[in-house]
Design a protein. Structure first.
Ligand SMILES: Nc1ncnc2c1ncn2[C@@H]1O[C@H](COP(=O)(O)OP(=O)(O)O)[C@@H](O)[C@H]1O
Ligand SMILES: [Mg+2]
Length: 337
């Protein structure tokens, strides 16, 4: 079966053509797929500006790729789709945004927010069935329906709003959920429970989830696999536990060392000065070479491919140039077992 979502050599430029002085390469030749037979949580991690939100907007069909294709169930989402195919795609690929209520009408009560998708996608036969769907979804994210349904977004906390956004996505029983920094605007004390609800959903409903974050601590707790991005490209990918405990790529090592772990023996590292943004001026060699403490000759000459560093881990780094190479198109094979 075709993966639900597949990105084939997707590049997204903003502000001009490739090579232009003012051009930003937000995503750089990304190849990646999500398979519904393996409903894992995969974290997309990286500093601000590394292309995470762009990746999400491309998958949702909100941005058109500059180069490359995005396929839903094997069909290019930018080629002509029938109305049924469009509806199917819209229903099955759902997202939770950093601040979902920035995109919702503030005059809509929670009832409306939840009943509109039910109506649009014809999910219920009548009012009662629609109500049941709303109640079930709200309970699943730990909200009491009677306290929630009659309220407006501004009458709720950030954590409650984010739960409603998750409930709304859930009602549609999607085949893929993408969550972009879903807990970054939620109080620290509530983050763990919200992430736990997302995790439960993944396991009970078997929905694959792309969890987008700059925060490796939550990535470690919530996800099975991780893809570490820098300047719109994959630096390291594989089993989350292995990568965070034993990062192989110097960029991941820098990120991991700057996590404030609650372990007093583990010193707080300082992330080195630098930028995760990529300009349009073509950079020969490794994208991280100018910040890398281990850079050596090959790093300035060509782009490192993905080298296997274990059976469940790859790093785009010449330190591992004697290892086997994993073809980009096979990245998915590292993310399921
Ligand atoms: N709509 C846009 N117009 C112009 N530049 C953009 C736009 N969206 C993102 N970018 C640029 O693309 C790069 C990647 O951004 P983004 O995907 O938002 O990164 P992240 O989510 O990892 O912080 C950044 O340099 C950003 O400034
Ligand atoms: Mg972002």
């Amino acid at each position: 079966m075709a993966p639900i979502i597949e990105m084939r050599n997707v590049t997204k430029l903003f502000g001009g053509k490739m090579g232009g002085k003012n051009t930003t390469v937000a995503l750089d030749d990304m190849t990646f797929s999500v398979d519904s037979d393996f409903p894992h949580i995969v974290t997309i991690a990286g500093e601000s500006g590394s292309g995470k939100t762009t990746l999400m907007m491309l998958i949702l069909g909100f941005y058109e790729p500059t180069y490359g294709q995005i396929l839903y169930n094997g069909k290019d989402i930018w080629k002509k789709m029938t109305r049924e195919e469009t509806m199917d795609f819209r229903r099955n690929v759902q997202a939770v945004f950093q601040d979902p209520f920035a995109v919702y009408n503030p005059f809509y009560k929670v009832d409306n927010l939840l009943s509109i998708p039910i109506k649009n996608f014809n999910l219920a036969k009548g009012k009662e069935e629609a109500y049941e769907l709303m109640v079930t979804a709200l309970k699943r994210v730990g909200l009491r329906p009677e306290e929630t349904l009659g309220r407006y977004p501004h009458q709720m906390s950030g954590g409650q709003r984010q739960r409603i956004a998750v409930a709304r996505a859930l009602i549609l029983q999607p085949k893929l959920l993408i969550a972009d920094e879903p807990v970054s605007m939620v109080d620290a004390s509530l983050r763990a429970t919200l992430l736990q609800h997302i995790r439960d959903m993944n396991q009970e409903l078997r929905i694959p989830i792309l969890y987008i974050t700059h925060d490796l601590t939550t990535a470690y707790h919530v996800s099975d696999y991780i893809i570490v991005m820098y300047k719109g490209a994959v630096m390291e990918a594989g089993d989350v536990e292995r990568i965070i405990r034993d990062p192989k790529h110097p960029y991941t090592q820098l990120l991991v060392n700057s996590i404030p772990w609650p372990d007093p023996d583990h010193l707080w590292g300082e992330a080195a000065e630098g930028t995760a943004r990529s300009s349009g001026v073509y950079q020969v060699g490794c994208r991280f070479a100018d910040r890398c403490p281990h850079a050596f000759e090959p790093c300035t000459k060509s782009r490192p491919p993905l080298f296997k560093t274990s059976d469940s881990q790859v790093a785009a780094c010449f330190l591992y140039q004697n290892n086997e190479i994993l073809e980009k198109k096979d990245l998915g094979s590292i993310l399921k077992r």
